[in-house]
Design a protein around this ligand. Structure first.
Ligand code: NAD
Ligand code: UFG
Length: 333
């Protein structure tokens, strides 16, 4: 089965391409390299020893999408292509809405023209805003996003719901990721943030490597076990496997609109992450407690039961594995 993977060279796309190829799916990639490097293509080949087709292009360009669908017998799409920096989205809302919403409208309309209605969409736990309850269920309230990035994900979820309402032969899976971290065991692919990382684990890895002096822990007065923010970290390879499970479900069901949390169900605090990183990698991570970061919440972790029941998905990697693999990638790159 041929699957178009948009944003294939990025962090989650590259790991998902590996899992799909290893499961025997035919992968057609699309990426404009706005946040990734061409070398990733070689690395995916090296890990899997499998060939795949790739198009360099922008999803905002309808022509490239039309060409891809004309030249390939695509049966399903996994859509990763988007900008993802929360802070940058506040500075550049139009760029974010164009790239994260308009490009998806292009994709969906070209899919419709070609009568291909099977899609897995990358959403985020950010759509829950400041959650009313933890663990967060798929039925928990969504909305109250505090930045254009989060709102762009909310908009696309709504668009997909409206599309399904208009035509129930669409076969849609919305995956709400919690906090993906770690890297492939090979150390060949991983997260490559531009400039100074905004996310916790890539920042810790740079501090451990000596590229940054110390970690700023944003607040220790949250309503959590030790006062620092609690999140549901999931190994990126587990997340990639979650996409294969979603495709398997869509292949079986043929139509429907499904929403799943992809997380482990366990929340760890910032201090627990630092302590575990230090222990498993035998390296010090100097840190200072500073002011809260605006927009941050106390706790965010998933109820992963629905994905377990309906997708047969359960994250298998531990926090120790995630932090070892994150450091292994940082050391090698
Ligand atoms: P990433 O930036 O590493 O990957 C995105 C890829 O898409 C990059 O290779 C980029 O070059 C490409 N891209 C962006 N706009 C494009 C366009 N218009 N046309 C073609 N290619 C384009 O990000 P990621 O962490 O792999 O995230 C993948 C998806 O998952 C995104 O939609 C993101 O919003 C979502 N997500 C990520 C996280 C996270 O913490 N990483 C959490 C929740 C949701
Ligand atoms: N943190 C620090 N110091 C840092 C970076 C982060 O103390 O330098 C803390 C934050 O305050 C938070 C925790 O570490 O408590 C995790 O922060 P991240 O920035 O790594 O992740 P977030 O939970 O804030 O957000 C991430 C993505 C969002 C996505 C969300 C849920 O950046 O896009 O996970 O999936 F929506």
């Amino acid at each position: 089965m041929k699957i178009l993977v948009t944003g294939m060279c990025g962090y989650i796309g590259s790991h998902t391409a590996v899992e799909l190829l290893e499961k025997g799916y035919e992968v057609i990639g699309l990426d404009n390299f706005s946040n990734s490097k061409k070398e990733v293509l070689e690395k995916i080949k090296k890990i899997t020893n499998k060939a795949f087709k790739f198009y360099e292009g922008d999803m905002i360009d309808r022509n490239i999408l039309e060409t891809i669908f004309k030249e390939n017998d695509i049966k399903a799409v996994i859509d990763f292509a988007a900008y993802k920096s929360v802070g940058e989205s506040v500075q550049k809302p139009l760029e974010y809405y164009i790239n994260n919403v308009s490009s998806v409208l292009n994709l969906l309309s070209v899919m419709k023209e070609n009568d291909i209605k099977t899609i897995v969409f990358s959403s985020s736990a950010t759509v829950y805003g400041n959650p009313e309850e933890v663990p967060i269920k798929e039925t928990s309230k969504i909305g109250g996003t505090t930045n254009p990035y989060g709102t762009s994900k909310l908009f696309v979820e709504k668009i997909l719901e409206d599309l399904y309402k208009s035509d129930d032969t669409w076969n849609i899976c919305i995956l709400r990721y919690f906090n993906p971290i770690g890297a492939h065991k090979s150390g060949l692919i991983g997260e490559e943030p531009n400039g100074i990382p905004a996310n916790l684990v890539p920042y810790i890895a740079k501090v451990a490597k000596g590229k940054l002096k110390s970690l700023n822990v944003f607040g220790n007065d949250y309503d959590t076990k030790d006062g620092t923010g609690v999140r549901d970290y999931i190994h990126v390879v587990d997340l990639a496997v979650g996409h294969v499970k979603a495709i398997e479900k869509l292949e079986k069901d043929k139509k429907g609109l499904h929403i799943y949390n992809l997380g482990t169900g366990t929340g760890y605090s910032v201090l627990e992450i630092i302590k575990t990183f230090e222990k498993v990698n035998n390296i010090k991570v100097p840190y200072n407690i500073v002011e809260r970061r605006s927009g941050d919440i106390d706790s965010c972790y998933s109820d992963p039961e629905k994905a377990k029941k309906e997708l047969n998905f359960k994250a298998k990697y531990t926090l120790e594995d995630m932090l070892k693999d994150a450091w292994n990638y940082e050391k090698n790159n």
